[in-house]
Ligand binder design. Sequence first.
Ligand SMILES: [Fe+2]
Ligand SMILES: [Fe+2]
Length: 135
Amino acid sequence: MSVISWNDDYNVNVEIIDTQHRKLLELVRNLHSAVEARIDKESLKHLLVELVEFTDTHFATEEQYMKEYEFPGYDAHCKEHKMLLGHMHDLVERVSSGKYPTFYSDYDVSNDWALVHIAQFDKGLGQFLNSKGVY
Ligand SMILES: [Fe+2]
Ligand SMILES: [Fe+2]
């Protein structure tokens, strides 16, 4: 498992989005450290729920921008957000039903999804917003 740390290459050049992305990666890192330390399931669930809730807030921020500036990739980007949140909710359910993640692969969804999503979707949104004068 690679440890994710913030790198300025991840910037999309819109301040609020970048701030939220940093926080998101911090929550992902906390979750991984918790799995590594094998904390109890209740605490793990708590961290996971915190991550899901913040992700929800973050996606809503991006979607608000997309709507406001009539971003042409709105549908595809939102579909991706919905899919990611769905995976995370599944994970919460699995932990809630007593399954402790044995392998890091159980956490793939929270490991690199953030970086992949930033590179594949949020970068383009950032460029679009910059072209509208939003930074
Ligand atoms: Fe996004
Ligand atoms: Fe994002």
